[in-house]
Design a protein around this ligand. Sequence first.
Ligand code: GDP
Length: 480
Amino acid sequence: TDEALIAFDTLADRSRSLLSPSLRLGVTGLSRAGKTVFITSLIHNLIHGGRLPLFEAYQSGRISRSYLEPQPDDAIPRFQYEEHLQALINERIWPDSTRAISQLRITIDYQSASSWGRMLSAGKLSLDIVDYPGEWLLDLPLLGKSYKEFSADSFKLAQEATHRDLADKWLQAANLVHPSKPADEMTAQHLARVFTEYLRAGKADERALSTLPPGRFLMPGDLDGSPALTFAPLANLKQEDFTSGSLASMMERRYESYKTHVVKPFFREHIARLDRQIVLIDAMQALNSGGAVVADLERALTDILSCFRPGGSSLLTGLFQRRIGRILVAATKADHLHHESHDRLEAIVRRLVERAIQRADFSGADIDVLAMAAVRATREATVTQGKDVLPVIVGTPLKGEKINGEVFDGETETAIFPGDLPRNPNVIFEKNEAFHQDDALRFIRFRPPKIESTAEGIKLSLPHIRLDRALQFLIGDRLS
Ligand code: GDP
C-alpha cells in the first residue's frame, strides 16, 4: 500500500540520515517563477564565498566548506548546475527553465555553535535540493475526483466568461463526439490535443489561467505523448456511456491511470519526503499585468499551499505523511524595484499568503515570506531632474525589450524609473483600483549582471538581494 511504501521510504531516509544528516529542500513555483535561477545562485554563493551577512552560521565563520556531492537518488535527473552557471556568468544569458523534476546535493561542513554540540555532532549537513514544476502540485484535487466529476467540473469552468473564448475549439470538438460510441485512438488524441491547447492558451494569455489541472498537460516532463496523458473530459456523461469498449470507458481508464501512475507516485516519492519547501512566485509579473492575474496567482498559491497542509486533507491521508516543517513563500525578481519598495513587495506577498492560508485552511508548518532576487541584474542610482533627485535602477535590458518606443540591443546599459508599489498592500486586492491602470510597474527584463573580478582576477559570486535571509530561514536552524 501507499502507507507502507511511505513508511519504508521514511525509515530508509531516517537510517541514512543517522549516518550522515541530510535535509530535503523542495524548490517549486509555477513556470518561470525563478526556480532554476534561485538554485544556481544559492549553490554558487555557498561554494564560492558569496556575501551572505544574514546567514548566521556562514557569517560567523562556522561553515568551513560547502561542496557538491553525488545525490542519493539515482533515478532522478541531476540539476544541471554547471551548465546553468556557465550560461549566467560566461554568456550572461538566463539558463533554461525547469521542465521536470531534478535534484542536487550540496554538503556543508560546519562547527556547532555550542561546545556541547561540537562534541556531539560531526558537523556535516547534506542538503538535497529538489527542483520540480509547481504545475504538478495542482493535480492533487484530482485524487478526490472521479472521471465524471473531473469532466463536469472542466466543462463548467470552460463555460465561464473568462475561459469561454479560449475553450471554444475544444468545446466544439467535444460536442461532436458521442461518449458511448466505440473508443478510437485518433478521437482521443484529437480531444487531448485541443484540450491541452486550451489549458496552455490560458497560461500564455495575459489572464494567466494557470491553475487548471491536469498539471502534466501544461508541463509534461518525460511523459509527453504517453497514453496516460492522452485523455480529455467528455460532455454530459451518463452512466450508460461507460460500457466496455466505449470512448467514455477508455477516457476514464486513462484518467485513472494518470492518477495512479503519475500523480500518486509523484506525491508519494517526492513531496512526502521533503523537510523544507520554498515556493517562488512571480509577483512582479502579476502586479505588472493587473488585478485578474494577481487573483489567479492567489488561487494558484492557495492550491499549492493546500498540498503542504499538515494533517487535514483526506486526499492525502495515507498517501502522505507530512514532514515539511518550514515553508518560505518568496517573490523573486525584486531587483526590478528600488530598495525602498522591497519591503512593500514583501508586504504584498504577506497579504497574498495570508489570504491563501485562510482559503487553504492552513495551519501548522512555519511559514514566512520574502521579497528577494536570486540574481541581482540591476544596481541603484539617482537621476536629477530639475530640482528633484529621483531613484532609478540601472541594468542592461534584454535584446528586443522596449520602453517608450526605444528598442534595446541587449548590450546597452540603461537607467529606468522602476515605478512604485503602493504603501498599503490592501490596495492591490481591492477591485476597481486605479493602481493597475495608472501606476503599473515599468517591468522590462534585464540581462544577467556582469560579474566583477578581484584584483587577482578571481570572479566574485553572483550578486543577489536577501538570498541570505532565505537560507537562514530554510536551513539556519540545522546548522546551530
Ligand atoms: P523556472 O521556470 O521557475 O525555472 O524559472 P527560471 O529560474 O528559469 O526564471 C525565469 C526567468 O525569470 C529567467 O529567465 C529570468 O529572466 C527571470 N528571473 C528569474 N530570477 C530572476 C532574478 O532573481 N532577477 C531577475 N532580474 N530576473 C530573474
